[in-house]
Design a protein around this ligand. Structure first.
Ligand SMILES: Cc1cc2nc3c(=O)[nH]c(=O)nc-3n(C[C@H](O)[C@H](O)[C@H](O)COP(=O)(O)OP(=O)(O)OC[C@H]3O[C@@H](n4cnc5c(N)ncnc54)[C@H](O)[C@@H]3O)c2cc1C
Length: 255
């Protein structure tokens, strides 16, 4: 459990980042689900509540998700169900409704969990994120950056992408043993594996081969060659390499 000396609800994003940066023991809070599992003394806990960041909206080109949107809202929102049903499905796989009602997408993506079901979808969709201090960038750039305290307050997904997602779990509610997201546009493919157990990885050679019309067998061979898989208590690297082909075949059929 954590202890907190003070709790603030800033009236603007500028105030929120100033509060966050004003002390090294200050922290943002989303749903508080992950924070709750940590033992730490927090000086100032900063919430995004009240800043209108709990909305999902759309423009002609993009679907925009506020950083304080709950995972349950992503799962059930009509705009997401219309444009990115695979993202709704990916989120629905995370633990249970009670947790998804609390956990927020800004916290979830900013934390860059290796087991994430959301980040592979965003990377496959070539999504962008907005950070209060560092500004707007592609999710790929965000994932490559050194970790630094900031506030992730918006995610935007291009509507031109058709997204597919699947995962393998030992039991409901467990982390994925492996997950796969594929983003397709008229002239591009992005094949992304997550929970390897390391973080999301874009298989560039395999994506290029799929784009060039190569066979499932050839794309699978490239995936198994280029994607690094590791071993943990959920699966060995060899088993994950095998599962990578199984997941690809499943999604290939629904393309
Ligand atoms: C038991 C359990 C199982 C889980 N299983 C899965 C799973 O299978 N797949 C999956 O994808 N996820 C899983 N998760 C993670 C979950 O989906 C959330 O990502 C996680 O709970 C964090 O969300 P939160 O809102 O509770 O964050 P919090 O606990 O509030 O915060 C987590 C961290 O993010 C920081 N933070 C909060 N908001 C922001 C922000 N807007 N910008 C920057 N930093 C911020 C906090 O300071 C803290 O360091 C699991 C979590 C738990 C507890």
């Amino acid at each position: 459990m954590y202890t907190v000396r003070s709790y603030v609800r800033p009236e603007s994003l500028e105030q929120a980042i100033t509060e966050l940066k004003s002390g090294k023991h200050n922290r943002m809070i989303g749903g508080g689900v992950f924070l709750k599992m940590q033992h730490r003394a927090i000086s100032k806990l900063i919430s995004l509540d009240g800043l209108g960041l709990d909305q999902i909206t759309q423009t002609d080109e993009s679907v925009i998700i506020g950083g304080a949107v709950s995972l349950r809202d992503i799962e059930t929102n009509p705009i997401i169900l219309d444009h990115f049903p695979a993202l709704s499905y990916a989120v629905s796989q995370i633990v249970g409704v009670q947790l998804r009602n609390l956990a927020q997408v800004g916290a979830s993506v900013f934390s860059r969990y290796g087991f994430s079901d959301i980040i592979p979808c965003l990377l496959a969709a070539d999504a962008s994120v907005k950070l209060a201090e560092a500004g707007e960038m592609k999710i790929s750039e965000f994932l490559d950056r050194e970790r630094d305290w900031d506030i992730l307050y918006e995610i935007s997904l291009p509507k031109e992408v058709t997204l597919a997602y699947d995962n393998l779990r030992q039991t409901n509610g467990d982390f994925s043993s492996l997950n796969l997201a594929i983003g397709k546009t008229e002239d591009d493919w992005r094949i992304v594996y997550g929970a390897r157990p390391m973080g999301a990885f874009l298989a560039e050679a395999a994506s290029q081969a799929a784009k060039d019309g190569q066979s499932l067998e050839e794309v699978t061979r490239l995936v198994q060659e280029e994607v690094p898989f590791g071993t943990n208590l959920r699966a060995s690297a060899d088993y994950r390499r095998h599962l990578a082909g199984v997941l690809l075949e499943r999604l290939w059929e629904v393309q």
